[in-house]
Design a protein around this ligand. Structure first.
Ligand SMILES: Cc1cc2nc3c(=O)[nH]c(=O)nc-3n(C[C@H](O)[C@H](O)[C@H](O)COP(=O)(O)OP(=O)(O)OC[C@H]3O[C@@H](n4cnc5c(N)ncnc54)[C@H](O)[C@@H]3O)c2cc1C
Length: 457
């Protein structure tokens, strides 16, 4: 067995200084342990680290962010219900008790397959024996004009905060300025895409306007506020059962959400959203929740891409023709049977790949991955949610809402975050209190988004 000469005072992801900028950080095989490099500290990547914590491997986790993010609750940051630290957790904190794992902050940009080393935007490359891609997805705009420039996305904490800043700033702008409300849509938020994220955001925005901001701004007439939900499908929550769709639509309408169904968005302009039938919605805030595509890393690594640009993997989640490489979660798609881009798929895929790596280390045959469908859920607001669970169990109303609350609390990383979210939700339930009504981003709120009215020519 090779002698491990790695200085334990530094992690394998931090190369000794004589290596800096020159050769890759190659530690694989030291101490007889193969190195597993995982790209992405999301649901898939973090689960994989946990599953391999007692395996005879050395793990290097790479992410361009220093935190794990609970994406399903970004919209609650955007609508002031939760604070960023409630839904994110520092990766280094999560790895503190995992002796065989280290973290490297950096953006992966490429790979040298011959040398088996991962290239990063900055710093030395990282050598690997086994590579797992868990880099997630990003917003897909489908080339619709104006979306990139004028609509907010909802994929990162920064997205959530920018949207929150902008929304609150618009309400401040509206006070005492009737024309800002009528001509510039300062009290209008248009959400494009009525999947679970769009539905949840629409419900939360309606509650924010009606129960919280209306109290903060007694001079403002909130009967002029609008929450618009535009969807190209004929119903909200495409893919759910008709019963759930009807329930969700009814609950949204009860909360005053203006549904435009069966109407694709054709263009987003500064303070305007145009639909296929020619309807123009004057909208001070526009959010794009209409679709996602795989992380472009799939292309950068020159791997075969399937639907939505996802890395094509075989039934064992291995990348064909790339020995010792797997892809999981949103970035991956099993050929002929792409799973939905949901957290349980990433988590289950990670558990499977952990077993595949253990098998690979001892020379056993790979096994196929079987996804167990855990169902879907979406909350529309207080005591209103839809949940489609395994075995045909469907829940709506208060039972669905409680199931949604419990599941999200369980899935959050870190005890402090669970307590904090639970406390915030309980306080909000009792007092209609949203603690995050803070404008903190100054000019970043509108950076890159030319939503300010253009001066006349
Ligand atoms: C707003 C929103 C709401 C959602 N709601 C739900 C829900 O209610 N239920 C549900 O099941 N799913 C939901 N999802 C989907 C769910 O979040 C994803 O399916 C899940 O996060 C996928 O996990 P993953 O590990 O594949 O990727 P992610 O969790 O996205 O993690 C990918 C990681 O890779 C990192 N990364 C990306 N590119 C690079 C690079 N080049 N270099 C280094 N690091 C990189 C990212 O920083 C990120 O940390 C939602 C998603 C969003 C955006």
């Amino acid at each position: 067995m090779a002698t491990d000469t790695t200085p334990r005072t530094r992690g394998p992801a931090d190369p000794p200084s004589e290596h800096a900028g020159a050769s890759p950080t190659r530690w694989s095989g030291q101490g007889g342990r193969p190195r597993v490099v995982i790209v992405g500290a999301g649901f898939g990547g973090m689960t994989l680290v946990r599953e391999l914590a007692d395996a005879p491997v050395e793990i290097v986790l790479v992410d361009r962010r220093n935190h794990h993010l609970f994406q399903p609750l970004i919209y609650q940051v955007a609508t002031a219900s939760l604070e960023p630290a409630d839904i994110a957790y520092p990766v280094r904190g999560l790895l503190a008790k995992v002796d065989n794992a280290t973290f490297r902050l950096g953006e992966v940009t490429g790979v040298d397959w011959e040398e088996r080393r991962l290239e990063l935007a900055e710093g030395p490359p990282i050598a690997f024996d086994h590579l797992v891609l868990a880099a997630g997805a990003e917003t897909a705009t489908f080339g619709i004009p104006g979306v990139d420039e004028h609509a907010f996305g909802l994929k990162s904490l920064a997205d959530g905060l920018r949207l929150r800043d902008h929304l609150l700033r618009e309400v401040e702008r509206a006070e005492g300025r009737q024309e800002a409300v009528e001509e510039e849509g300062a009290l209008t938020i248009t959400i494009c895409g009525a999947g679970p994220t769009g539905v949840e955001l629409a419900g939360a925005a309606a509650e924010l306007f009606d129960h919280v901001l209306a109290r903060d701004f007694p001079e403002l007439d909130f009967s002029r506020s609008r929450v618009v939900l535009a969807e190209m499908d004929e119903s909200v929550l495409p893919g759910s059962s008709t019963q759930q769709q009807e329930y969700a639509a009814e609950q949204l309408r009860e909360r005053g959400v203006d549904l435009h169904l069966g109407q694709p968005v054709t263009e987003v302009r500064a303070r305007e959203v145009e639909l296929e039938d020619g309807t123009v919605i004057v909208s001070g805030t526009t959010v794009w929740t209409a679709g996602i595509q795989a992380n472009p890393l799939a292309g950068a690594l020159e791997l075969e891409q399937g639907p939505q640009g996802r890395v094509v993997v075989d039934e064992t989640l291995a990348v064909p023709a790339r020995h010792g490489t797997w892809a999981i979660g949103d970035v991956a798609a099993v050929a002929d049977d792409p799973h939905p881009q949901l957290a349980p798929v990433a988590i289950q895929g990670a558990k499977h790949v952990a077993e595949e790596i253990r098998r690979a280390v001892v020379g056993e045959q790979p096994q196929p991955f079987h996804y167990a469908d855990k169902g879907t859920m979406a909350t529309i607001g207080r005591r209103a949610a839809v949940a489609e669970l395994p075995y045909g169990i469907t829940l709506t109303g208060t039972p669905g809402w409680i199931a949604w609350l419990l599941l999200h609390i369980i899935m959050l990383m870190g005890g402090r975050n669970r307590v904090s979210v639970l406390t915030n939700w309980a306080w909000s339930y009792l007092r209609w209190h949203k603690p995050g009504r803070l404008i903190i981003g100054t000019d970043e709120a509108t950076e890159g988004l030319r939503t300010e009215p253009q001066p006349p020519d």
